[in-house]
Structures are given as C-alpha cells and as structure tokens.
Design a protein around this ligand. Structure first.
Ligand SMILES: [Zn+2]
Length: 379
C-alpha cells in the first residue's frame, strides 16, 4: 500500500480524486488482506495513518492538517461523512465472522449446547448452572444435537419449570447443515455477509439534511468537497486561526481578503461579505426559486428539503450554490496565498460558465420549464 501511495504522491490529485482512490483501491487491498489474515490493531492503525496522510497532506500525515476527524470521514455520505469505510470496523466485522462473535449458529452438530449463542436467549450457560448441567449427566462438551432426539428436546422437565424461557426455544431445523447467521441492529436474523456485518459494526450517525445538496449525480466533485467542508464548518477561516497557525503572529489583525474590512468566517464569506454578497446576488438571480436568502444556513434550510428532486430548477440551484461557494473560497485563498485578484464580474462569469457547461451535460425530461432554463442559459 505504501508503495502505491508513494507513486500517487508525485501526481497532483484533488481531494475528490483522493477520496475515490482511497475508497476503491486501498479499501479493496485491505479487504483482500484481511480476508486472508485478521490484521493486528497496530497494522490497522499504521494503514489508517497512511490513508489519512495521503488524504489530507498527499503524503505523510502532518499534525493539524486534518480538517475533519477520520472517524467522521469514515461514515456514509448520507450521515455526513465521505463514505470511506473505516478499516477498523471492517476488520472487526471480519473478525466477528471468523470467530462467530455476534453470530448465531443454527444446526447443532458442531455447536456447543452451553456456550454458543444458538437460540434467542444467548448462551444457555448464562442461565443454567454447571451443577444443574452435571446433575442431569450433561458435560461441558455437550452439543446442541445431544439435547434432542431429532424429534423432541431431551432436557429435564424441571428446567422448563425453573427456566420458563426454555419452553420458548424452538425446535431446531435438523435437516440443514450448520450455518452462520447474523443479527443486525434491528434484530433481523439473516445469512451472514461481511457487508451486513460492516454496516452493523461501523459507527453510525444520523442522516444529515444537506446530503442531497452536496452529493448528487451531476455535482462537480471538487465543488462538492468544499461544500462538504462548509456544511461541517471545517473550512479554515480566519476566525478559526490560532497563533500557532501563523507562526505565533497575532491572529486578530487578519482581515478578509475580499473586502478588507473584518476577519473572515463561514458566515462572513457565505455571503455577508460585501464582495461575496454581490457575487451571490448576481448568481442567485439565475436560480428559478424565489426568496433565496444571503445566509448560507438559510439557503440550506430552503433548498435541502427539496434537494432530492431531480427537476431542472433544483439542479440549477444546487449547482449555482456549490459553484459560488467553491469559487469564492478559491478567490479568497488566491488573494491570501498568491496575491492574485479577480474582479467581481470576472468571478461571476467564471461561475456562470462553469455551471452552464455542467448543465449542457445533464439530461432533463423535456418540459416547458426545461426549455425555459435552456433559453436562459443559452444552451
Ligand atoms: Zn469580506
């Protein structure tokens, strides 16, 4: 894996490209290796460190470079992550499958009567004492198949009286081979698969309202990534800078590179800043939805509930919003780090042109709305 990464380090890859590479290549390598061996914790930690370094620094991991915790990156996009599957959860899922942790074994020839979790109540050893087992001539080695005669349970009548749950244990299907079953969060019992295992064991978070605003089939990957950071409020704006980010300089002297009036922040850049606000006003005039705010949180509140719809006006709104955020962020950084400056009209033209180019490649169902949109965008 390290060799592969060394090779990629020499090429410039966008964040979006890095997510794709990590998702497809590294994860599949790891799945291959860990389905052969279970990886020790130390190896998992090292591999994740390489992935984090590649992702955030395109090389070795440096302190303070990660904008979002790796655990938060490794959850599905719907829940606010980037959908990279955490090696640790995968490894635990594979371990579970190998050792039968959390799994149920149905037929009973190889299954321990006392210690395997073969019925809904868990291992019987938790209920029935050793003394009780031995009193009725069972041993530690008793298997589930020793508890029945193919037709009925053979356990003592007083067990049913003393442990009423015993009466509720269904008689096993004696015709099949032993199988591994998997019980997921909902208590559903299914055939084991490592996909379900992963889904059960991975960290869960609640679904984020903005999912369809950031990730949609016609979204532009590097715009989506910056918008994702904005949604998580993880762009490194001046209000988040600490003295050590600037070699102990005084962070209170920083001013927004777009308006030179005050420190920038998420709220300022999107779109309270005089420059950004003008850009946004020009861009939002192309959104065929009335009453769009100048505050990014209010824009999300308005568009997110309808963002899953694939109609033209909503796709246009999403493309304009993410492109505006992306190019304003880029302009802000170009001014700070490269001393390059574009005037407002030029930036608006670039945003318009980028969205227009994207719209040319999106297929919509023909309707009056779509025809109007095409005329407006000169497509
Ligand atoms: Zn400003």
């Amino acid at each position: 894996m390290k060799v592969k990464i060394e090779d990629w380090k020499n090429k410039y890859l966008s964040f979006a490209g890095r997510v794709q590479l990590i998702t497809y290549v590294l994860a599949s390598m790891q799945v291959y290796w860990s389905s052969v061996f279970i990886l020790p914790d130390k190896v998992i930690k090292d591999m994740e460190k390489i992935m984090r370094g590649f992702f955030w620094c395109q090389g070795d991991m440096k302190k303070g470079k990660a904008k979002v915790k790796w655990a938060d990156v490794c959850i599905p996009k719907e829940e606010g992550g980037l959908g990279i599957k955490s090696l640790k959860s995968r490894n635990v899922a594979l371990m579970a499958s190998m050792f039968g942790i959390l799994s149920l074994i149905s037929k009973h020839y190889g299954t321990s009567a006392w210690y395997d979790s073969w019925n809904d109540f868990g291992p019987l050893a938790a209920t029935i004492s050793h003394r009780e087992m031995h009193r009725h001539s069972f041993t530690e080695a008793t298997r589930v198949c020793d508890l029945h005669n193919q037709h009925n349970w053979l356990w003592p009548v007083n067990w049913i009286l003393n442990y009423p749950m015993m009466a509720a244990i269904p008689f096993p299907d004696v015709t099949n081979e032993d199988k591994v079953y998997w019980r997921n969060f909902d208590g559903f019992l299914g055939q084991f698969s490592s996909k379900i295992a992963w889904d059960t064991l991975r960290p869960h978070a609640s679904v984020v309202v903005w999912y369809h605003m950031v990730w949609f089939s016609s979204s532009i990957p590097h715009h989506a990534f910056i918008l994702w950071l904005l949604m998580k409020e993880k762009l490194k704006t001046q209000d988040k800078m600490r003295p050590w980010d600037l070699g102990n300089a005084n962070t209170s002297n920083l001013v927004c590179s777009l308006c030179n009036l005050q420190q920038d922040s998420h709220d300022h850049l999107f779109f309270q800043c005089g420059y950004s606000k003008l850009v946004w006003h020009k861009m939002k005039s192309h959104i065929p939805i009335p009453g769009i705010s100048d505050e990014w949180k209010e824009i999300i509140a308005k568009i997110a509930p309808i963002a899953h719809r694939k109609v033209a006006r909503i796709v246009v709104a999403k493309l304009i919003f993410s492109a505006s955020v992306y190019f304003i962020w880029l302009e802000r950084n170009a001014r700070i780090f490269k001393g390059e400056k574009r005037d407002l009209d030029k930036l608006v033209n670039i945003i318009f042109g980028t969205v227009r180019l994207k719209l040319m490649s999106v297929r919509f169902k023909n309707s009056q709305h779509v025809r109007n949109m095409k005329i407006a965008w000169q497509i």
